[in-house]
Design a protein around this ligand. Structure first.
Ligand SMILES: Cc1cc2nc3c(=O)[nH]c(=O)nc-3n(C[C@H](O)[C@H](O)[C@H](O)COP(=O)(O)OP(=O)(O)OC[C@H]3O[C@@H](n4cnc5c(N)ncnc54)[C@H](O)[C@@H]3O)c2cc1C
Length: 434
């Protein structure tokens, strides 16, 4: 019998348990974890460095990084934002550093720092961590028996636990979503998010490891509505072609990097529906478009007439990539600018600003990946992260239909939701015992 049982020993579970214990040290708290180890994802996160959060501290900008859950997370981020996460860790003696792109890591560059911190804190607060214990069913409190205090039954293979409060932090786990669905919860179908695009194309072959700034557009099927740039909250619910601008990385299998991952996140559901077979259009020089670039190419032709096109890369494009694009435009390797025909200049313009690629599949390679989908947010009260369907049960982290682009934002929603749930549980437990 416990006051609080946290189901799932991941980021949200530990942050939640710890915050409950800080507010109500006398509560008997346990974390139930199905695996042999706790905090496994924290350990491998951020390439082993754990990108704990992001230096985007304004809630209204923070939510722009959440393709799912942005509207609902605005209020919660006002109560516990990335700034509060930084304070939380720094007040506990964990030094953090911010990288140029806003990602925040422990100064040790090791996720062990965060894992060991949590493991130390659960010992300090007497929180019981019960491993190798998968929860296989949940039986809600029976409110009909007239008791003022009722208990949840948590069914595991070898034992049934009882608890006044439940904090559900099982991440993206199908079995738990099935259990919840049997209990009447709507579960939004889970689909992968944050993946690279598989592309087999001569324009990028042999260029693995090259990174450049580009604008990438997913060409949605049967669509006539206008383009939308991802991440702009006001536009995120329209149905235009998705565009992301930023670094892209050429890999052995196709394209990756922040701009591609962003698109995979905002387009997660549609790309799943397409079976990960779709077209993208890449603008390798986002400051120009197909029409304006032809005039620029014409200028170069008149000024650099004697030089070969291959050797004169007038734009900020990696050399080898420029070479492949020039070839793709049908311009011979020894062709001088003066000899390029107008039709070839136009072709080069469209290769530079509107190269279409066929995507055939997706990959995740050691990078962060998350699941889009989970417990439908309509069933929660976002002041507490408590259920609207059952008493004394709260949800936090990836179990919910909330997910973000890369950069520390996925952990941030786990910290915020579990912190607010922890406050609510601590306060409800106080009222319960009065
Ligand atoms: C490789 C990788 C790197 C990442 N890097 C980053 C990063 O640097 N920054 C960032 O913000 N995000 C990152 N993420 C995403 C981030 O790890 C998740 O969003 C976050 O871990 C979600 O936390 P959670 O506590 O909700 O779920 P989880 O961390 O998945 O924890 C859920 C726990 O519940 C347990 N569980 C499940 N079912 C049961 C059950 N029935 N009974 C008992 N226990 C159960 C699981 O075993 C697990 O331990 C990364 C993800 C991956 C895969």
């Amino acid at each position: 019998m416990f006051d609080v049982i946290v189901i799932g020993g991941g980021a949200a579970g530990f942050y939640g348990a710890l915050n409950i214990a800080e507010k109500q040290p006398k509560l008997k708290i346990a974390i139930l974890e199905k695996g042999r180890n706790v905090l496994s994802k924290v350990k491998i996160s951020g390439g082993g460095r754990c990108n704990v959060t992001n230096a985007e501290f304004q809630p209204e900008h923070l939510i722009e990084n959440y393709p799912r859950g942005s509207k609902e997370m605005l209020g919660p981020f006002y109560r516990h934002s990335s700034k509060d996460t930084v304070s939380f860790f720094e007040n506990k003696g964990i030094q953090l550093k911010t990288e140029a792109d806003g990602r925040i890591f422990p100064t040790t560059d090791s996720s062990e720092t965060i894992v060991n911190f949590f493991l130390g804190q659960v010992v300090k607060y007497g929180i019981k961590v019960i491993k190798n214990t998968a929860v296989i069913d949940l039986i809600p409190p029976d409110e009909s028996n007239g008791k003022t205090e009722t208990l949840w039954q948590i069914v595991c293979k070898k034992q049934i636990y009882n608890s006044r409060f439940l904090l559900m932090t099982t991440g993206s786990n199908m079995k738990m979503w099935h259990i919840l669905s049997r209990m009447g919860y709507q579960i939004i179908d889970p689909v992968p998010s944050l993946f690279s695009f598989n592309i087999d194309d001569s324009r990028i072959s042999g260029l693995q490891g090259i990174s450049t700034n580009a604008s990438v557009k997913i060409l949605k099927k049967n669509l006539t509505s206008p383009d939308i740039t991802v991440g702009l909250r006001s536009k995120s619910r329209t149905t235009g072609h998705l565009i992301a601008e930023g670094p892209i990385l050429i890999t052995h299998w196709g394209l990756s990097g922040p701009a591609i991952l962003k698109l995979s996140s905002w387009g997660a559901r549609e790309l799943f529906d397409y079976g990960y077979k779709f077209k993208i259009q890449v603008n390798w020089i986002p400051e120009y478009h197909s029409n304006s670039v032809v005039a620029v190419l014409g200028e170069i032709k008149s000024v650099e007439g004697k030089k070969t096109v291959l050797r004169t890369n007038a734009f900020d494009i990696p050399k080898k990539l420029w070479g492949n694009l020039v070839k793709a435009a049908g311009i011979a390797t020894d062709c001088r600018w003066a000899d390029v025909r107008t039709s070839n200049l136009e072709h080069l313009g469209s290769v530079l600003c509107a190269s279409e690629f066929e995507v055939n599949g997706k990959s995740t390679f050691k990078e962060e990946f998350v699941t889009a989908g989970g417990v439908d947010l309509k069933q929660l009260d976002f002041k507490t992260f408590g259920s609207k369907l059952h008493p004394q049960i709260y949800f936090a982290g990836e179990i919910l239909n909330i997910d973000a682009v890369t950069g520390g934002f996925n952990f941030q929603s786990a910290w915020t939701s579990s912190y607010i749930a922890a406050l609510a549980i601590a306060s409800a437990s106080e009222q319960n015992t009065k």
